[in-house]
Design a binder for this molecule. Structure first.
Ligand code: ZN
Ligand code: ZN
Ligand code: FE
Length: 758
């Protein structure tokens, strides 16, 4: 029988560089007796394959079904070529330069093969903290340019030893073309220094473990920055870290050697387990186990621990057999970006860390840990960063290339190319120059490694956000200002691939409305091109502006004023006890005459008000604290009912008036109803209000798809309540699963709105 020979040109796009894709193709070609070549191109990977027709088909099928674990194939295009006479061998060719649709792999944890070698006394990389291969290891944080090859990474300064070189060049080896490959002979090394910069004698790792066991605070250089570590079971060490870091109550993240240890202090379901063990290794919020041995100051007044498993060989070496859990919190002072350069870390962590566990592989890009909680088997990102960046979100359609710069809090930028949106890592709250500088570095780095030159820059409408200021200073690019809550809605629509008009239920703390007031409890109707504000929470004054954000009792007074007028101080509510008579007068006149009291419809501020009224707290030390604690309290409550509220037809649309709820709450506090019951009733009230307003909008417009977004929807209890009510009444409900519902996901919405505008 005559055999037919085929020759194909195949181009593959997606995450195919830095994931062992060319070696994979090489091995596959050998297995199927294919000759030809493969190379990295700016667009991805290009190959030519010639062989017997059956072999070629088998080869093509295997490309799709057996791709390496870190690869993501977004497009595979085949083109028939005329076979060449002399097909001979298969080669990996040099990369070609240029630019168009490159994608870069996120950093990845240690693969099972490397982990086995790490703890195998017979292996030449036994206990070597920088072991990696084509299936695992650092990527995004060490890449300085494209194409992804060793000379353009921070590994360039480590020439390969003969043994590593042999592995790197041997196609059958797991380390064939693994760019960060290294060993104890040729690769990066650890060292341990004290606060004065003096080298600590002995084995750095063993000495570091000993320090931690003595309750010392250790700065650990990791993948995307420095962590501060202490033994999580030592109450004194945890307290000391809190004092030195000036971090009053914000929870610390934990790292444990494995699930067995996590089991002892937290509970998790299947989805949470998959996330914990997945290659991205985010911090997952897990419910605390009662009577757990973790120091209580790790996450005070919080129902959850943020937990992650080791994601670098160094973490495994530090933890395994040594600790139940270590606190691993970002190496920074509160509100500053995570430290990632050695000198910077030494300088900024002076007075916090007792010792520094360092190494000489540079971190090129600062990247914090990602944080996720699970809602109904779906992840809700609280922070999307290491492990996920710069994986693309696929947009519903191709559009102009945009740089979107986000808002102020939880900064993150977005770059788009055709139908791909690349969200940056978490940058931090844009409230000081250090974070602004970090934003600029991130924008430059992403543009370089993704080879994107944006046509437009999109920013928030707020003129004073540092991100807006940054956008204004970019020369020669047209700018588009996008309303904050419109961007939240579009972000949710974009990741769900929605077109047309939807109802957007957008609840958050703060965002500037086109009318100059502060929005945050919004019912929108619209799509990418435009929106209409159908309804919102009835506005109340924000007494003292920003001070009201730090002092929830001010919002309590504001809501009580809206419910009781100037009789509010005749109420006997415990939270008022600390307000002196003189201040009461002042607050009353502030509220009556709206002095320094801008109006807001913010849902976040409603949570603050309720937290204060029921006596949970009058002040917060970090953003969202009152809402987080209110949710934790509500989870212990049983109430199925909700408080009354009214819907009013106002000039600007439907108004949700919570004054009836505030009166009922004040009464409940007076008669001694438990906080958990009241907190639960409050959650039910907000969910009911959402369902009722959406019902009204559907009646008038026929819209039956609801997009939920805004930071308030990080609240699992509320999200579940709303989801149930809306689904039961026939709505299709869309939530955010790929990017955070908080301002960390805002840039995606800005990008799609701006990219589609004419
Ligand atoms: Zn590996
Ligand atoms: Zn070596
Ligand atoms: Fe927001």
């Amino acid at each position: 029988m005559l055999k037919t020979t085929r020759r194909l040109k195949v181009s593959i796009e997606g995450i195919v560089q830095g994931v062992g894709f060319r070696p994979f193709i090489y091995r596959l070609a050998k297995a199927h007796s294919i000759c030809g070549w493969v190379r990295n191109t700016p667009a991805g990977v290009l190959l030519e394959a010639q062989g017997e027709a059956d072999d070629v088909s088998g080869f093509l099928a295997d490309i799709r079904s057996k791709a390496p674990p870190l690869a993501v194939l977004s497009a595979v295009r085949e083109e028939e070529l005329l076979p060449v006479e002399e097909g001979d061998g298969f080669e990996i060719l040099e990369s070609t330069g240029g630019s168009s649709s490159i994608q870069i792999a996120p950093d990845c944890d240690v693969c099972p093969d490397c982990l086995r070698e790490l703890f195998d006394p017979g292996d030449r990389r036994y206990l070597y903290p920088f072991i990696n291969c084509t299936n695992c290891g650092p990527r995004y944080t060490i890449i300085e340019g494209v194409p992804y090859d060793r000379p353009l990474t921070t590994m360039a300064e480590f020439p390969l030893c003969p043994e590593c070189r042999a592995e790197y060049e041997e196609p059958a080896n797991r380390r064939f073309h693994a760019q960060p490959v290294a060993c104890p002979v040729c690769g990066p090394r650890l060292r341990l220094v004290d606060g004065a910069g003096r080298e600590v004698p002995g084995d750095p790792l063993q000495a570091a473990v000993a320090m931690l066991k003595q309750g010392k605070i250790l700065a650990v250089k990791g993948l995307g920055g420095y962590h501060l570590a202490v033994d999580a079971c030592s109450a004194e060490a945890v307290m000391e870290l809190r004092l030195r870091k000036k971090r009053d109550e914000k929870p610390f993240a934990l790292m444990s050697p494995g699930l067995e240890e996590v089991d002892r202090y937290a509970v998790y379901d299947d989805t949470e387990q998959r996330l914990l063990e997945g290659p991205e290794h985010p911090i997952v919020l897990l419910r605390k186990r009662a009577g757990n041995p973790i120091a209580s100051m790790v996450a005070p007044l919080n129902g959850y621990f943020g937990v992650m498993l080791p994601y670098t060989p160094l973490h495994h070496l530090l933890l395994r057999g040594n600790f139940l859990a270590l606190v691993m919190t970002s190496g920074n002072l509160s509100d500053e970006p995570i430290a990632y350069l050695d000198e910077e870390a030494r300088e900024r962590l002076t007075g916090i860390a007792d010792f520094y566990l360092l190494h000489n592989r540079r971190i090129h890009v600062r990247t914090d840990d990602s944080v996720i909680r699970v809602f109904r088997g779906n992840p809700i990102f609280l922070r999307r960063s290491r492990g996920y960046v710069p994986r693309a979100v696929v947009l519903p359609a191709a559009q102009r290339s945009v740089l979107a710069v986000g808002a102020e809090l939880k900064g993150a930028v977005c770059l788009t190319r055709a139908d791909r949106a690349f969200m940056s890592q978490h940058i931090g709250d844009l409230q000081n120059d250090a974070v602004l500088k970090s934003l600029d570095e991130t924008v430059r780095h992403l543009q370089r490694v993704l080879q994107i030159k944006p046509d437009i820059v999109a920013h928030d409408l707020h003129p004073d956000y540092l991100s807006t200021v940054y956008a204004r200073e970019i020369p020669d690019l047209p700018r588009i200002g996008v309303q904050h809550h419109h961007a939240h809605m579009a972000s949710c629509m974009a990741e769900n691939g929605l077109e047309g008009d939807v109802i957007g239920v957008i609840f958050d703390g703060t965002g500037l409305g086109p009318d100059g007031t502060i929005w945050g409890g919004e019912f929108l109707l619209g799509g990418y091109a435009s929106f209409k504000r159908w309804g919102h929470f009835r506005q109340v004054p924000l007494p003292g502006g920003d001070a009201a954000v730090r002092e929830p009792f001010r919002m309590a007074l504001s809501y009580l004023y809206s419910a009781f007028g100037d009789a509010l101080f005749s109420l006997d509510l415990p939270f008022m006890e600390e307000i002196p008579a003189g201040d009461r007068k002042l607050f009353l006149s502030m509220l009556e005459r709206r002095i320094n009291s801008p109006l807001t419809s913010s849902c976040g501020r409603l949570f603050d008000a309720v937290a204060a009224i029921i006596g949970l707290r009058n002040r917060v030390t970090y953003e969202g604290q009152a809402a987080i604690e209110l949710e934790a309290l509500a989870e212990q409550g049983q109430a199925r009912d909700h408080y009354p509220f009214t819907l009013l037809e106002g000039e600007g649309g439907l108004l949700v008036d919570f004054a009836p709820m505030v009166r009922a709450l004040a009464n409940d506090v007076a008669i001694g109803v438990g906080g958990a019951e009241m907190a639960r009733m409050f959650h039910n009230t907000v969910a009911s209000a959402i369902a009722e307003v959406c019902g009204r909008i559907r009646t008038e417009t026929g819209a039956d798809r609801v997009a939920l977004s805004g930071g308030v929807f990080q609240n699992r209890l509320l999200s579940e309540g709303v989801y149930d009510l809306l689904e039961a009444s026939g709505f299709r409900v869309f939530v955010q699963r790929l990017v955070p519902p908080n301002d960390g996901g805002l840039a995606l919405g800005q990008a799609i709105i701006a990219g589609r505008r004419e």
